[in-house]
Ligand binder design. Structure first.
Ligand code: NAP
Length: 252
């Protein structure tokens, strides 16, 4: 089976599958992170070459189940997974964490894209805590009158940075106390983030400090059977393993 990863959920599923003799899993990374945390199961790194490349991989490796556990904002690979699974007739499950939902005390402004988030910061200079990863920073060069505290796992490409930026590298999850202290120390006035779901430390901190949040909304989720927890993906895999055709059924 193949897990398309790059998320905490994919890594958690890999840990659940480690040592299980009824399944031969491979975890696939795009290769964006400089030092990914290596999983306790076999892994591979790099793109497949679009739908055709992924479909060819599924056929060549005789993959019998595909789990799309990619990030909610990794849109292209999920489209590719859906199409390739159809072409190769491989059962596919989406493992995706639920989005965050604003609660009492939250002051969210939802926007459809990172570019819209940059525009939503407005004319008056602000001190911005920017936690959208390191790939999508370019639109903030068009809002150069703000100061940005940018947090990402690996350092961003300097060519993408707005002129007034400070970089913090680190791998989450971060606690509410940690992020509250960080935002206070840097005099942050607004948080910009993607609705990734998962650990809520920075959102709780923003709520506690009474700060507004510009939230980049998700695009429509991948279609097909979907679960939100690695344990549910494991149950799906077990059910598939129990009903898979025997060599006799396949005419071998
Ligand atoms: P994307 O735009 O959906 O995918 C671009 C291309 O990267 C895909 O067409 C595919 O190349 C390759 N790719 C993506 N995920 C892959 C995987 N797990 N294994 C092998 N190839 C993969 O993806 P992205 O937004 O750049 O994200 C890249 C990776 O980072 C994803 O695995 C995602 O789970 C992880 N991630 C993304 C975000 C985010 O905010 N976007 C945040 C955290 C983690 P080919 O067409 O050549 O196969």
């Amino acid at each position: 089976m193949l897990i398309l990863g790059g998320t905490a959920e994919a890594s958690a599923l890999a840990r659940l599958l480690a040592g299980e003799s009824w399944v031969a899993p491979v975890l696939s990374f795009a290769g964006r992170t400089v030092s990914p945390v290596l999983p306790p199961i076999p892994s591979r790194v790099g793109g497949f070459g679009g739908v055709d490349g992924l479909a060819a991989y599924l056929a060549r490796e005789r993959v019998e189940a595909l789990i799309d556990a990619t990030h909610p904002f990794a849109h292209q690979i999920s489209i590719n997974a859906e199409r390739a699974a159809e072409v190769a007739s491989v059962p596919r499950l989406v493992l995706q964490r639920p989005p965050w939902i604003a609660g009492p005390g939250d002051s969210w402004h939802s926007v459809p894209s990172v570019a819209a988030a940059a525009a939503a910061l407005g004319e008056a200079p602000q001190r911005v805590f920017l936690t959208i990863g390191r790939q999508d920073l370019l639109p903030f060069q068009a809002a150069a009158h703000h100061f940005y505290l940018i947090r990402s796992v690996d350092p961003p490409d300097p060519a993408l940075l707005p002129p007034r930026a400070e970089i913090l590298t680190g791998r989450g999850p971060f606690t509410e106390d940690h992020d509250r202290a960080l935002m206070e120390r840097h005099g942050i006035g607004v948080l910009v983030t993607k609705n990734s779901g998962g650990a809520e430390g920075k959102l709780r901190a923003a709520r506690a400090l009474g700060l507004p949040v510009i939230m980049v909304a998700r695009r429509p989720a991948p279609t097909g059977e979907t679960v939100t927890e690695p344990e549910a993906a494991l149950a799906w895999l077990r059910a598939h393993a129990e009903t898979r055709p025997t060599p006799d059924d396949r005419g071998a």
